[in-house]
Unconditional design. Structure first.
Ligand SMILES: Cc1cc2nc3c(=O)[nH]c(=O)nc-3n(C[C@H](O)[C@H](O)[C@H](O)COP(=O)(O)O)c2cc1C
Length: 195
């Protein structure tokens, strides 16, 4: 298990095939979800919901929506990150509750006013999906910290994935996080240099 955050960052890579019959434990899954829950989000709106799929039929349905990419057909667990879009309307109960929490007992009106100016109905789905990537990134690193392999999967049919994960109206898929024990050793890291 990597000791430091940079060790986990260096260890993580996109695992395209997981070993068969090696489940992710409930404790490992809970720790990955907790890392996602604690992710930062603009205005503190946390516009996400995590749908955990571990049963065989459910995993197969999610994998199919991801064009049966091997990372999804072999994963022990799939987390579908749903972006919450409809609830982002500025006067929704959801937004009011989030801003009340964010204000920590102080006046929530200044942040609410700033959000009303920022809000643009036509672009909120993409905005919310972008926020979800922060939760996904934290999940991937926590998975690496716990010795799990992971793969972020953004290649999917959105309607099929929404159906497979039973998303609610007003929610759209953002990303799938595939988890398991990687079958192969890490490939050589490829990155452009800084600067
Ligand atoms: C938003 C996002 C979507 C991705 N979608 C896919 C995908 O659909 N299938 C896949 O095999 N890898 C996917 N990846 C993984 C990238 O291909 C991978 O992270 C990149 O090639 C760098 O490799 P590394 O993660 O092993 O360092 C995705 C990564 C991100 C960040």
């Amino acid at each position: 298990m990597p000791d430091t955050l940079i060790d986990a960052i260096q260890l993580r890579y996109a695992c395209r095939e997981f070993a068969a019959d090696t489940p992710v434990s409930a404790d490992e899954l809970a720790s990955v979800l907790e890392a996602g829950r604690l992710a930062p989000s603009a205005f503190g709106l946390e516009p996400w919901r995590f749908v955990v799929v571990t049963d065989e039929a459910g995993r197969a349905a999610v994998a199919r929506a991801c064009y049966d990419q091997p990372a999804t057909t072999t994963a022990a667990a799939l987390i579908v990150i749903a972006a919450l879009v409809a609830v982002l309307e500025p006067d929704s109960d959801y937004v009011r509750a989030r801003f009340a929490a964010e204000a920590r007992g102080q006046d929530a009106e200044p942040i609410h006013a700033a959000y009303r100016s920022f809000y643009h109905a036509g672009s909120m789905a993409e905005w919310a999906r972008g926020q979800c990537n922060f939760a996904a990134a934290q999940m991937l690193l926590q998975a690496a910290h716990r010795g799990l392999g992971s793969c972020p999967v953004g290649g999917y049919d959105a309607s099929a994935l929404a159906a497979a994960a039973a998303l609610q109206p007003g929610e759209v898929p953002a990303l799938v996080v595939a988890l398991g024990r990687c079958r192969h050793a890490a490939p050589e890291r490829i990155r452009k240099p800084l600067g």
